[in-house]
Design a protein around this ligand. Structure first.
Ligand code: CA
Ligand code: CA
Ligand code: CA
Ligand code: CA
Length: 672
C-alpha cells in the first residue's frame, strides 16, 4: 500500500524518563546497557550481585508459579537448577552454552583464512591479557593479539588448524582441528520428506553436546498457508543436523498441526543445562517423535493418534493442543504437557474461522523463575496478538516440563496489552534486573510475567530490539499496521524516541548501525518512514534495508542480507549465491543468520534452490575488531532463538556494535 503523505503526522518525542539513574556512568550502567554485560548492575535486582547466583537453591519454590491451570505435571521450576561448571567456564549469571573454539578455515586467494571464537567468559577489557596462538599441522604460525581471525599465507587445502588461548600468559588446551573448506560455504545434504517440500526456518543449538552448534530445520510444504487462507496443508517436519552434515533425526508433527509461518515456532536451547539442546514445539495427536513413535508422555498418554481434527477448510479448531520437549540428540519425546494457553472459544480471539487464535511466536529467554532472576533459560511461547495476547514461560529441568508463568491480556490489569503484538517476539533485559523482558513490539512484559509497559500503537509486522540509541539501553523499532508508519521507543518504559503515523500498513522495516554520518543512533528504516536516526528521528542515509542484517565484512557496521545475498548498505555486493533461494515467499528470508562458527561475525544459512541441501556461509574478510562470540551475549542468544518465529527477524546484540563503538560489556555468564 502506498503511503499517504497527506495523513502522515510526525511526532518526535525524546524519551527523558528512565527507570534507572541517569548519570551513574558514561553508558548509564544502571539502565542495563545490554542487560547482558553489566557486572555492576545495582538496581532493582532480586539477585544481589552480578556474579553470585550460586546454585539452584536461589530459586525460591515451585509455589511461585501462580497460574496452575491446565498443565498437570507440576514440579518446581529451577529446583536443583544451576550448578556451576568448573573454573574457566565463567561464574556469572546467565546460563550459556559450553561451545568449543569453533575454528573454521577456508581456502582463499593468498592462503587460508582462519577464524575462531573468543568465549564470553575469557573476554578481558585489557586486550593484552588474552591472545591466541594459531597452529598449522602442529606448528605455531602466529600469536594473534588484536582479533580472532588470521590469514595464513602458507596454508593449503590440506593444512590442519588448531587454536589455543593464552590467558594472562598461560597457554590453554588445543582446540579441535579444522581442515579448510574449499569454498566459502559448507553444504549440508537434506532429504525432502516428499516432493514439494523446501527447507525453511532454522534454529541453532548444540543438539548432541559436543560443543559444536547444530541446526534444527523446519520443512515447509508448498501448500503451507497463511492463517487467513483456507486449505489442507501437508505435515510439518522438523530435522536435526550437525553442521558437518549428519542428520540426527526427523520429527513429523502430523495432520493436526497446520503448516504456515504463524503456526510452528521452534524453541531450541539447552533448557535443562545437561549440555545438549532440546526442541520445544506445539504438538498434537498424530505427532511422531524422532524415533518414529507417537507421543505418549504426560498429556499425550492414551491419546487417539488416528484422529484427524482438521475441518474441511484445513483449520484445526478442535482436539488436544500440546507442547512437547524433544531430546536434541535423538529427537525422542522427553515430556508433553497441555499447551499453556488453550484455544477455548475460537470466536473469543477475534474471528470464528481460525485466523487469530492460531497466531504464535516462540523462542527462549532468561526470564525470572517466579519472581527470582536465576539466569536459567525458559521456553517462551506466545499465542495471540491481534486481540487477546498471551505469553507463556515454561521450564524443562530435571526431566520435568512445567509452567513458569503466563502473561494474559485477559487477566486483571493487563487489558492495555490486548492487540499490542507484532509478527515477532524478542527478549532483552531492559531494566538491568538480570531477568529478560519479553518484547512483543509495542508491549514489554516484565521478566516475572507482569505487565511492564506499552506504547499502545498496536500490531505491526516487523520489529528490532537492541541498543538502537547509543548509551541508552534497550530500544525497540517497530513498524505499524493499522496506525501506519513506525516508531522507536525505550524498551523499559515504552516512551517514544520518535513516532511516525499514517500511510497505512507498513509491512517491512529494519534497524541497525549500517554506516551513516550520525552514529548516535542506529538507522530505523522502512518504506513509509524513510531512514531515520532511531534516537532523534532525523533523516539519515543509507537505509538499513527492510529484511535481514548480518555482520560480515571487516568493519563494525552491519550489512544488509536478503534471501541468499549480502550487500553493503552504502552499495556493493559482498556475497550472492545463484544456486540458492530465500524462504517464506515475499519475505525472502534466509534459513538462519547467527554466529555459528569462527569469529563474532555471523554465518549465513540458506537453502539450495533444489531443496536437497542447505549451505552455511562464513566470512573470509580479515578484521581487526575483536568481540567475543555473540552467542555468549544473552540478548543476542535469546534473539537467535526467536529468529524463526512468524515473520523472521534478525537477532541483535544487547550492546552497540558499530564504527567507533565502546568495548563490549563483559558478559555476565557461565556455561553448562
Ligand atoms: Ca553439536
Ligand atoms: Ca539439555
Ligand atoms: Ca529485566
Ligand atoms: Ca561467526
Amino acid at each position: 500500500m502506498q503511503p499517504n503523505h497527506a495523513t502522515r503526522s510526525k511526532v518526535i518525542q525524546i524519551s527523558a524518563l528512565f527507570l534507572c539513574a541517569i548519570g551513574a556512568g558514561v553508558l548509564f550502567p544502571a539502565c542495563g546497557n545490554s542487560g547482558s554485560g553489566n557486572t555492576t548492575t545495582g538496581t532493582g535486582g532480586a539477585v544481589s550481585s552480578g556474579g553470585a547466583v550460586s546454585s539452584g537453591g536461589a530459586v525460591s519454590s515451585g509455589g511461585a508459579v501462580s497460574s496452575g491451570g491446565a498443565i498437570s505435571s507440576g514440579g518446581s521450576p529451577g529446583a536443583g537448577g544451576a550448578t556451576k561448571p568448573p573454573a574457566g567456564g565463567g561464574t556469572g549469571h546467565f546460563q550459556m552454552e559450553n561451545l568449543d573454539r569453533g575454528v573454521v578455515a577456508v581456502v582463499v586467494s593468498g592462503g587460508v583464512y582462519v577464524g575462531w571464537r573468543m568465549f564470553g567468559y575469557e573476554y578481558d577489557t585489557t586486550a593484552s591479557n588474552v591472545t591466541y596462538n594459531v597452529y598449522r599441522d602442529g606448528s605455531k604460525v602466529a600469536n594473534v593479539t588484536d582479533s580472532t581471525n588470521y590469514q595464513d599465507a602458507s596454508g593449503t587445502a590440506s593444512s590442519k588448524y588448531t587454536v589455543t588461548a593464552v590467558i594472562n600468559g598461560t597457554e590453554g588446551a588445543q582446540s579441535p582441528a579444522a581442515t579448510p573448506w574449499a569454498q566459502q560455504y559448507q553444504s549440508i545434504a537434506t532429504t525432502p520428506p516428499s516432493s514439494g517440500y523446501s527447507p525453511n526456518d532454522g534454529a541453532p543449538g548444540d543438539l548432541d553436546g559436543d560443543g559444536k552448534l547444530d541446526i534444527v530445520l523446519k520443512w515447509d510444504p508448498s501448500d503451507s498457508k497463511d492463517n487467513s487462507q483456507s486449505g489442507v496443508t501437508g505435515d510439518v517436519y522438523i530435522d536435526g543436523y550437525t553442521l558437518a552434515g549428519t542428520k540426527l533425526w526427523r520429527i513429523d508433527l502430523g495432520p493436526n498441526i497446520r503448516a504456515g509461518a504463524h503456526y510452528t515456532q521452534m524453541s531450541v536451547y539447552d533448557f535443562d543445562g545437561d549440555g545438549k539442546a532440546e526442541l520445544a514445539v506445539k504438538t498434537a495427536p498424530g505427532t511422531k517423535d524422532g524415533t518414529g513413535a507417537y507421543l505418549s508422555k504426560g498429556s499425550a498418554a492414551g491419546a487417539d493418534n488416528s484422529a484427524v481434527y482438521r475441518n474441511s477448510s484445513g483449520y484445526i479448531l478442535t482436539g488436544p493442543e500440546w507442547l512437547t520437549v524433544f531430546a536434541g540428540d535423538t529427537g525422542k519425546e522427553l515430556g508433553t504437557v497441555d499447551y499453556p494457553v488453550q484455544r477455548g472459544n475460537v470466536g473469543s480471539w477475534g474471528d470464528t474461522y481460525g485466523n487469530r487464535l492460531d497466531r504464535y511466536n516462540g523462542g527462549m529467554a532468561f526470564v525470572k523463575d517466579g519472581g527470582t532472576a536465576t539466569g536459567l533459560p525458559s521456553i517462551i511461547q506466545q499465542r495471540g496478538y491481534y486481540t487477546r495476547l498471551t505469553v507463556s514461560a515454561l521450564t524443562y529441568r530435571n526431566g520435568v516440563l512445567a509452567k513458569n508463568w503466563v502473561f494474559d491480556s485477559n487477566d486483571p490489569g493487563n487489558s492495555s496489552a490486548a492487540g499490542q503484538g507484532d509478527h515477532s517476539c524478542m527478549a532483552a533485559d531492559t531494566d538491568g534486573d538480570l531477568g529478560q523482558e519479553i518484547i512483543t513490539g509495542p508491549l514489554t512484559i516484565a521478566s516475572d510475567g507482569k505487565f511492564q509497559c506499552t506504547d499502545g500503537i498496536g500490531h505491526g509486522d516487523a520489529m528490532h530490539v537492541s541498543e538502537l540509541v547509543v548509551g541508552k539501553g534497550i530500544s525497540v523499532f517497530s513498524v505499524h499496521e493499522g496506525a501506519g508508519g513506525g516508531d522507536c521507543h525505550d524498551g523499559a518504559t515504552c516512551k517514544y524516541y520518535f513516532n511516525v503515523t499514517g500511510g497505512g500498513d507498513n509491512g517491512r522495516g529494519a534497524a541497525d548501525y549500517v554506516g551513516v554520518g550520525d552514529d548516535t543512533g542506529a538507522s530505523c528504516s522502512s518504506s513509509h518512514t524513510g531512514n531515520l536516526n532511531c534516537g532523534t528521528g532525523a533523516t539519515v542515509t543509507p537505509s538499513a534495508g527492510s529484511n535481514f542484517l548480518i555482520y560480515w565484512d571487516a568493519d563494525e557496521w552491519r550489512e544488509i542480507e536478503n534471501a541468499a545475498s549480502i550487500t553493503k548498505a552504502s552499495g556493493g555486493s559482498l556475497l550472492s549465491c545463484s544456486q540458492c533461494s530465500g524462504n517464506n515467499s515475499s519475505k525472502n528470508t534466509p534459513t538462519l543468520t547467527a554466529d555459528l562458527l569462527g569469529d563474532w561475525r555471523e554465518e549465513l544459512v540458506v537453502r539450495e534452490t533444489a531443496n536437497t541441501a542447505i549451505r552455511v556461509y562464513t566470512t573470509t574478510d580479515v578484521t581487526k575488531r575483536r568481540i567475543y562470540t555473540l552467542m555468549h551475549d544473552p540478548t543476542y542468544r535469546a534473539q537467535v532463538a526467536f529468529e524463526n518465529a512468524s515473520y523472521n527477524q534478525p537477532p541483535h546484540p544487547g550492546f552497540h556494535i558499530g564504527v567507533g563503538m565502546a568495548d563490549p560489556p563483559k558478559p555476565d555468564i557461565f556455561v553448562k
